[in-house]
Write a protein that binds this ligand. Structure first.
Ligand code: 0L1
Ligand code: MG
Length: 262
């Protein structure tokens, strides 16, 4: 750690305020260039504690930057992890208020719902599948608090990996007998297919992202509780959206989920 507790708290407040007021900021490493990975996750943890302190509930986690398309889009080379709160969740087909966001984009994701606790270290794809109750389609709405989505990995980790909203829906698919690598997704904006791919785009197998998350959390003394949702990461590049757009994600065999931006 290079940051003291007061600086970590101040940065968490800065990013939390930006998210609450749909206001952007410069990436925090501009002012704190020596920040390390522990600092970045400490700021994320402090922001989570602030939001839970206001009454929000932890409902799961997300892996981000898990596909080559996303890594290329953002110019980075490693996944990042964040948390999901109930206040981030929207009902299937709901309206998502664009005015509450800075510059939203959507990502098509395969979402794991765990029937059992998942704990690292040493977590692997088999353990993830054994602990998974079902998968469902999910749209993640990301909204970096950094001006023009310009950030580095430490800044984006501190900013809870751009988490803003998410929706899940469709038909729950048990993973037994399913090959998630070849599960196809189609993301439509206003009825037009704008991005498509298959599960293997996420680290070769989307369960690999969940295993990485469990191992990451274990190093920090945490596990993924039974009943948690895990967004395994965007299968394609993120797609920009604005008020008036309708977005639908179709996951092979699992139906669809959608959002309306108003
Ligand atoms: O969920 C994601 O892949 C987002 C990770 C953070 C980077 C971004 O804002 O695109
Ligand atoms: Mg994502």
């Amino acid at each position: 750690m290079t940051l003291d507790a007061a600086t970590v708290a101040a940065l968490a407040q800065q990013l939390d305020d930006c998210a609450s007021n749909a206001r952007d900021t410069l990436k925090i490493t501009d002012a704190h260039p020596a920040m390390d990975w522990d600092d970045a996750y400490a700021v994320q943890d402090a922001m989570r504690a602030r939001q839970i302190g206001r009454g929000a509930r932890l409902v799961g986690y997300k892996a981000g930057l898990t596909s080559h398309a996303k890594m290329r889009q953002m110019g980075v080379d490693t996944p990042v992890f964040g948390y999901l709160l109930d206040v981030h969740a929207l009902p299937d087909g709901a309206a998502c208020k664009a005015a509450e966001l800075i510059h939203p984009k959507v990502e098509p994701e395969i979402v794991f719902v765990l029937g059992r606790e998942l704990k690292g270290p040493g977590c692997h794809i088999g353990a993830v599948l054994a602990a998974t109750e079902f998968v469902i389609p999910g749209i993640e709405v990301i909204d970096s608090r950094y001006r023009d989505f310009k950030f580095d990995l430490k800044s984006v980790i501190a900013d809870n990996t751009s988490a803003a909203r998410f929706v899940v829906g469709g038909r729950p698919l048990p993973v037994s007998g399913l090959d998630l690598r070849t599960a196809g997704v189609v993301l439509e904006r206003n009825g037009e297919a704008v991005a498509f791919g298959a599960g293997a785009a996420v680290l070769g197998h989307p369960a690999a992202a969940v295993a990485m998350l469990a191992n990451h959390l274990a190093a920090r003394g945490e596990s993924i509780a039974a009943g948690s949702l895990v967004l395994s990461g965007g299968i394609t590049e993120a797609v920009a959206v604005k008020a008036g757009d309708n977005v639908t994600l179709r996951l092979q065999e699992a139906g669809s989920t959608s959002l309306r931006f108003v």
